[in-house]
Every structure is written in C-alpha cells, then in structure tokens.
Design a protein around this ligand. Sequence first.
Ligand SMILES: Cc1ncc(COP(=O)(O)O)c(C=O)c1O
Length: 325
Amino acid sequence: MIYEHAADIILDDVFLHLPGFVDHARVFLKLEGLNPAGSVKLKTALALVEEAEKSGALGPGSRVIESSSGNLGIALSVVCAARGYPLAVVTDPNATRQSIRVMESLGTEVVEVTQRDANGGYLQTRIDYIHQRLSDQTDLFWLNQYANPANVSAHRDWTARAIHEGLGHVDALFVGAGTTGTLMGCAEYFAHHSPHTRIIAVDSVGSVTFGRAAPRFIPGLGTSRLPEIYRDTGTFEKVLIEEVDTIATCRLVAARYGLLAGGSTGTVLAAVRHLGPTLPAGARIAAISPDMGDKYVDTVYSDTWVADRYTECAALTSLDTLSTR
Ligand SMILES: Cc1ncc(COP(=O)(O)O)c(C=O)c1O
C-alpha cells in the first residue's frame, strides 16, 4: 500500500487475538500504536487540525499551540510538520525526555512549565501559559483537546467504526479514559450501531473522572481535572484499576504473548481480566490498546522504578505470582 503522507498511515484495522487471556471468551486487542505517531492520538490530532481548517480557524500563516505531556504532542508534531503549521507544545516535568526529543526532532517548539498549580499539578499552569501566548500572538490557535468535539468525532468516525467493521459482533468493548475522546466517541457510535455491545470505561485509581484524586505515576489514562467533553451518558459502565494491576498485566502480556504494550493497555486489559469471566461463555471481547510499550521500558517495565513507587513490587517481578493476580 502506498501513502502520500505519513499522517495518512492510520492502520485502523489491526487486531491481535489473545488466546486464553479469559477462559471461555475471545479477546481481541485493537493495536493503535503501530502508526507513525505511535499512538491512538494520531486520529485525534488529524481530526483537531482538519476541523479547525474546515471552520476557517486554521489556514496558511496560522500557528498552533496545545498542552500535552506526550502522545498528542507527538501526533500533532507529525500532522503539523506535514501541513506546514509551526507548532508549540506546552508540557511539564512529567514529560519524558524521549517524547520531548521526538517532538523537537519533528520541528516542534516544546515549552516546559515548572511552576506547580493550586492542585499541586501542572495542568492549570500549562493552560495559563497558553492563555498568555494567545493574548500576545493573534495568529496562534489553541486546539484544546479536552473541550474540542473533534476529539470525540475522531473516534466515533474512525476507531469505533473500525472495531465494528473489523470484528463484527462484539459483546463488550473495553476503552480507557484519559481526555475521554476515545470513550465518548465509541460510546456514541455503538449506542447507534450496536446497542447490545456493553461499553466498559476503564480509568486509573487516583483519577478524578470516575473517582477521587490520589497520586498516580503512569501517564496516559486518568486526569486531575474533569475534561469538558466528558458526559456521563449512562451508555457505559465504569471500572477503576490500581496501578500495580496495570504493571502486573503489562508484564503478563509481554511474557505470555510477546507484546510489549503501553501502560494504559495494561490498565484496560486488567479490567478485561477482572470482568471477562463474568461475561457469557463464548463472548467476544474487544479492548483498545492506545500505544506500545517501548516508551515505558524505564517505568512500567523497570523493576527499580516500580520498587521505588509501589510497596507491592515484590509480587510484580514473579510471573507465577502475576498469573494468579
Ligand atoms: C497512552 C494513552 N492511553 C490512553 C489515552 C486516553 O485516550 P483519550 O484521551 O482518548 O481518553 C491516551 C491519551 O492521551 C494515551 O496517550
């Protein structure tokens, strides 16, 4: 297959069957990390930019700004480089050196804010910085993934449709919640096209979307501030997963299936392990894997990083223990 632009290589039809992951059910993992941006955020970035172009807010001579500590910043770097929009990504000390270097290598200006906000995080500081830049520079456009409906429509029109068309009948779809764009888009699509499919929304313990704020260390899922696009529509069930369970599941999948998955994939699959056995025999389960694990070798897959943060770490290094968790 020949593509004209790197950002067109979306690869929305790749599923990995995980035999034996749940007894009496078939589990299919939708792999979103194989595109040139390395994550599900390539579709979000494309939709945010294309909608802004359609509305006339973005065009020749415009510049783009966005707050991101990782995957969206990289995806926007891919899209904006190809379309000729100078891009500034506002990030904080939690962003990995590798993500920053990837963005910079694609020509992006990366700004790191270091002042903590009133909640002890950096999100409000990042947003205040963006407002400051917008008031100084009138050619700058803020895509604002947390409030932009294009973040939802991207996954309604691409991700959810690809699952429905690629897998056919699905009894339960497990989706992680970060900005909740993937979740809201999938919930909307399946409510119309396959209402019998149970949508299971998965968040991390410590995130405020379904629970209460507490320290979290694994990026991707969860947030400290409720996203504007999130609506509790009653069309999905909610599950909270502990980070130690995320780590155990990532390591189990790497050891048993040879798939080095990202942290949020481990969170989503931990929910599949907990709820899968409660589904009827023969159930077809789909789960979305937002990215791959290479970015997490120094965190989720590092014994010392884990031991420094979690007291249950001893249980995480033994595969025998893992399979019984
Ligand atoms: C690795 C990873 N997992 C999950 C998500 C959550 O996706 P969404 O923002 O659509 O809820 C993100 C989003 O940033 C991500 O980067």
